[in-house]
Design a binder for this molecule. Sequence first.
Ligand code: AVJ
Ligand code: FE
Length: 489
Amino acid sequence: MSPCLRVSEPLCAKLSRKREELRTQRLRDTEARSFAARDDLGTSDDVQHSPHGCYACAARRIDDTGDPDDCRSARVFYGATDGADPRRNHAPVCPRCGRDGPATAAGPGFRPILWHRGHIGAYEAYWILHRSKGDTTTSAEFQRIFDPINTPRDDARNLPPLDEIDAYLADVRRQSVSWLSEPGGAADTATFDLVLEHELQHQETMLYLLHLLDPSRKRRPDGLVDRERPDLAATNGRVRVPAGSFEIGASGPGFGYDNERPAHRVEVRSFGIDRTLVTNAQFMGFVDSGGYTTPEYWTDKGWAWLESENIEHPHSWLPGRRWRVRGLFEDREMDPSEPVWGVSWYEADAYARWAGRRLPTEIEWEFAARGTGSRVYPWGSAEPKPNLGNFDDPTGGPTPVGGYPDGVSPFGLLDMTGNVWEWTSTEFAGYPGFRADPYPEYSELWFDGDHRVARGGSWATRSPILRTSFRNFFRRAFRIGFIGFRLAD
Ligand code: AVJ
Ligand code: FE
């Protein structure tokens, strides 16, 4: 039985109280929304007066009942994981971008941030209202505009205005929360979890896109400061992981995507793997010794890609008299002890060859992260907390490698959850016995020979979706993500 079903009785009672409150609050929401529409974009007031503000209030009131409930999707839908607005990471994203930022694509081939914002609402409407509840009355027009597969990328240039998208998001969320409070909805935890995962994944994508924008087009919100630098547990060093066997994949009661299932036992040969991620300083050794001009380090495909795209350094580096890096809001000096990121799989693979090493397979990576037991995270199964890794942080960026000793893996590896995602050598494919569920467009469509698996999570990944079995996947040429790598042999 899923954890949600166990608490469905008290949860239901609580949720129907909540529904009543939301109903009486609707008038106030409408007022708040027209206020937000009149208000200039780009003021921090937008955050407070956005329709999402009321979710935060609702969440706080739930918290005040002091009733622990362990239904993850209910908690996050109400924002009750930490008492904050569940959409806080992207509610402020658009105001940060200034007037035209959110509607402007960061470059060719990228959709504007605003599209992602509408897409999470359209996805929620489809899965929760259409599929779970059986209500097909929500906007067909929005379903079309925000369809990522059937609607061409270039169509994402002509979008409804921000306040219309926000009103849609708020309306869909209100209806979803109402369905969650009915027995049929509360029992369908799989769908709520799916929608939750999806939204949080897109929150990270929106940060990739925000990061790409030139600093003149965005502004650090008042009061947001960078996260503290962690104490360092290790500077470098390689560990030898002994041969063994473990169960890879998602086997616990929590949510896991189809691509994490079925969990199955795998044998692993002994291998070496670094305790820490490859740093900017180390990667500079590759750049300075002709890494980007020596075909021998590259696969044929990688070299062809480099030549056609004129790639000369990581995407996150800004050339000049000295290397600088782009931060989320400001450009700054490069910190040599931070992990290199903004590299495609081709670049990670070429660096490994230059270094006489290789990328770990995803099996090796997961074994090194969780060991032989059934832990959900490298540190065990306790929920993520800020001392355990660099994640959940919309304002910061990567931290020097080798920090967060409390989050160390059973084999002594650091930053296995958070900081930056880690490329593995493994081609994205289904585990033996894979079954597409609930929809083939999530995973199966990308079993195409080009995608590679990235593991671990980044500083921008929201903690409710962190887990060691999570498999992220990107095309080999993808390099705008917060993705780095560590070496094995
Ligand atoms: C697995 C992160 C590559 O963002 O395209 C979002 C996740 N799938 N909506 C993506 C996803 C559908 C996906 N990644
Ligand atoms: Fe999506």
